[in-house]
Design a protein around this ligand. Structure first.
Ligand SMILES: Cc1cc2nc3c(=O)[nH]c(=O)nc-3n(C[C@H](O)[C@H](O)[C@H](O)COP(=O)(O)OP(=O)(O)OC[C@H]3O[C@@H](n4cnc5c(N)ncnc54)[C@H](O)[C@@H]3O)c2cc1C
Length: 424
């Protein structure tokens, strides 16, 4: 079959890998690199080179069975990163380092009243959300959920909300409307047990190395960079016609893995895909601006309080700064910034990403989108089509599309078998 794939992020690359052995694939990418939200920045500091992932960076060893199996089959090399978290309140200069494992942080439990109070509050929120997460209950928003938890408003608004908003990278003012399910899923499943940090996977050589490793396996895939798909139509012979600025391509099947709004725009003027386009255009997005920098003012003032993830709250807004230089004690950070408010000094790079607002409506739209999968030979993949939009979800979306297009694919069946072992 001739198969087109729009988008070269994790979902598009995985779909290409699953289909490449038996089909003639064309992969369209509007940017000048493959990878989409898996994006690495090369930074030089004090004569040393660093590769910083300013998009997807960490991958769960426990709740990413398909992705972990895929990494092993393709042969991607990864590292382990013990994840730690600091919540820093700029107003009262209080820093809470979680989990409290070092002697210094254990001592703080006894010497700073806010430290223990916040940890107990977080524990209460975890307990209150466990069932909801296990049952995949997506209809409850943060505000409704937190109103039902017996905690003071001070701790809800001054700790829980800014913490969850900062960890997720959601706009603070929109956090009330987000489903509690995505905000809590990672926390519920990655609670540290005992005196240990929870370890996550990171890619050796950055995520660009992961994408390059997948790309190098492709034999029958033609990748067209700098090629934005403008329009998709269905022709009378049952072919899907893809229009770029320069050319028309004809395919038996097409997988669209750009974000929902990209996909909606591409299909907007095609009557045969009108229903899909209408659904896609209803997904709401927000802009996440990621600055890679060396500006210490974005970190908690006392270096001993630095964690891998550092959420700063100033009373009206919260944002996370990731300490990417932690292994070598280097001052390299990646911060979610509000560009209108404060730009870091010592800037290395800025990326802008669009992420879906994961409200209860987002999850209803996922279900609606499932009803138009495959109509007129077009399939929708990408993180936003499944669960919380993690990299695992991007991979699952590719698997689901390929299950429909070529259920006999050798790689598909190998991957599913290997993933079932990871699932345990
Ligand atoms: C800042 C940030 C941090 C994240 N951190 C993590 C993390 O640590 N762990 C995790 O699991 N997930 C993380 N994610 C989620 C991440 O988005 C997913 O893990 C995954 O990388 C998304 O892959 P995708 O293929 O669905 O989409 P994308 O990576 O967005 O790929 C879509 C591609 O489609 C292309 N495209 C769009 N429209 C067109 C068009 N018209 N023509 C041609 N090409 C087009 C885009 O250029 C893009 O390359 C993070 C996301 C962001 C933004």
């Amino acid at each position: 079959m001739k198969i087109g794939i729009i988008g070269s992020g994790g979902a598009g690359m995985c779909a290409a890998w699953l289909l490449d052995e038996h089909h003639d694939i064309t992969l369209f990418e509007k940017r000048n690199y493959t990878g989409g939200h898996t994006h690495s920045v090369e930074v030089e500091l004090n004569g040393q080179k660093y590769i910083i992932d300013d998009g997807a960076a960490w991958f769960s060893p426990s709740i990413y069975p398909n992705f972990n199996a895929y990494l092993d089959i393709v042969g991607v090399k990864y590292d382990w990163l013990p994840l730690s978290l600091t919540f820093y309140n700029k107003e009262n200069k209080h820093a809470n380092c979680m989990p409290p494992i070092t002697a210094r942080n254990i001592l703080k439990l006894f010497t700073q009243k806010d430290t223990l109070r916040q940890l107990l509050a977080l524990n209460k929120v975890v307990n209150a959300s466990e069932k909801l997460v296990a049952e995949h209950e997506t209809s409850v928003d943060f505000k409704t959920f937190i109103d039902g938890v017996s905690l003071s408003n001070k701790i809800k608004n001054g700790f829980i909300k800014p913490l969850l908003s900062g960890i997720w990278g959601a706009p603070f003012e929109q956090t009330n409307g987000f489903s509690i399910y995505p905000l809590m899923k990672y926390i519920v499943y990655h609670k540290p047990s005992g005196l240990q940090y929870y370890k996550w996977k990171t890619m050796k050589g950055g995520t660009m190395n992961y994408i390059a490793t997948v790309r190098n396996t492709l034999r029958q895939t033609q990748t067209v960079l700098n090629s934005e798909v403008q329009k998709v139509e269905y022709d009378k012979d049952g072919k899907v016609v893809v229009h770029t600025n320069d050319e028309r391509y004809y395919f038996d099947k097409l997988i669209i893995t750009g974000g929902a709004r990209d996909a909606g725009m591409i299909l907007k003027n095609s009557p045969d895909y009108q229903r899909a386009s209408d659904i896609l255009m209803r997904f709401k997005y927000y802009k996440a601006t990621l600055a890679t920098h060396s500006d210490l003012s974005f970190m908690p003032p006392d270096r001993r309080d630095w964690s891998i993830v550092n959420v700063t709250f100033d009373g009206s807004d919260s944002f996370a700064s990731i300490w990417h230089g932690s292994k070598t004690n280097a001052d390299i950070f990646c911060s979610y910034i509000n560009a209108e408010k404060a730009q870091p000094q010592d800037l290395h790079h800025v990326s802008e990403w669009w992420l879906p607002c994961e409200t209860p409506e987002f999850y209803e739209l996922q279900k609606e989108l499932a009803t138009v999968q495959g109509v007129n030979n077009v399939y929708f993949g990408g993180d936003y089509t499944h669960d919380i939009g993690s990299h695992e979800d991007a991979i699952i979306s590719a698997i689901r599309a390929v299950e429909k297009i070529d259920p006999a694919s050798v790689r598909l069946n190998k991957l599913k078998k290997a993933a079932s072992i990871f699932k345990g």
